[in-house]
Design a protein around this ligand. Sequence first.
Ligand SMILES: Cc1ncc(COP(=O)(O)O)c(C=O)c1O
Length: 370
Amino acid sequence: MTKRPPLTPIVAALPSFVPFVGPESMTRERGRPFRARIGANESSFGPSPKVIATMQREAADQWMYCDPDNYDLKAALAAHLNVPIGCVVVGEGIDGLLNLAVRMHVGEGTAVVTSLGAYPTFNFHVAAAGGRLVTVPFHKDKEDLEGLLDAVKREKARIVYLSNPDNPMGTWWEAGEVLRFADALPQDTLFILDEAYGETGPSSAQPPVDVSRPNMLLMRTFSKAYGLAGIRCGYAVGEPSLIQDFEKIRNHYGTSRMAQVAGAAALQDRDWLTGVVAKVAAGRERLAEIARANGLTPIPSGTNFVTMDCGGDGAFALKVLQHLISRDVFIRKPMAPGLDRCIRVSVGLDRELDVFAEELPGALAAARGN
Ligand SMILES: Cc1ncc(COP(=O)(O)O)c(C=O)c1O
């Protein structure tokens, strides 16, 4: 057997599996494309035409490295949020920033709290850091703030993660509840508030941006309502010394030149954003109607997707998903116990929702064995 350098004990102990099966690899395996790509909570409406024009103009300049300080984008974000520039850090999507925040705070055995079945990329980073993940089940399809708080105190957790509105159920807490939760946390617990879906949720669910709390990080992204998931750009906002510490470990050339320019341009086109938010709300309505027309129960959503209770167990919902995939409709589903009775469908273009409406009855019948 050839020898190879050993992995660190933490990495050696990780399971060898591919956590994210993208629609691209599913397409390769299936040998044919999907007719509706409504599974990854992207924005089929795309970015603003002004952003596209900016990116086209910028294409020829890509031989230059990016500005490692991300200065222009950070300045634009700081002005947009009305905070000092030192309160903003930019990264490769929320995913990249979650990785950094975890690396900054989690060592082997450090307790970290999240909801059971919540956004899995966070858990992935905690595992890579050797952290000890403590999960709290959703309660009535919402993240259980009291349960999370109890777990934080019991486990002396270093981080608690909450997405609001959340993935995969789409539900949310009002801003007052989120702030009460933040106030009740021990000061040595970092609260990561993931507002990936903030723009499409009710504004009453967004606490005012507050950079005075040394134990709170707000994260947002250009991937969802701004329609730029492929560009990989997100940002975190917080108290300046916490933000400054990202400099110690972040990938300084990680946010590409194109991403920085696209993000800054996207922030400027408020009309496009307003239009997308309206289309997302209409799309949620339509998805909810399609669900009801087929005997499923749509769960109220503040995101760009609707999670639908299929009325059976996890095995049944999985069959529904598989029959939709085989009918060329890419969707996903929650997998955690209690949530797994559902499928999750992203808002897409009208023609994609038409395909979903056409194929759902057949998929349900097939799942029931009719
Ligand atoms: C709750 C949540 N956070 C973060 C992300 C990823 O954001 P980004 O594309 O900025 O990495 C997603 C994407 O689905 C999400 O659902």
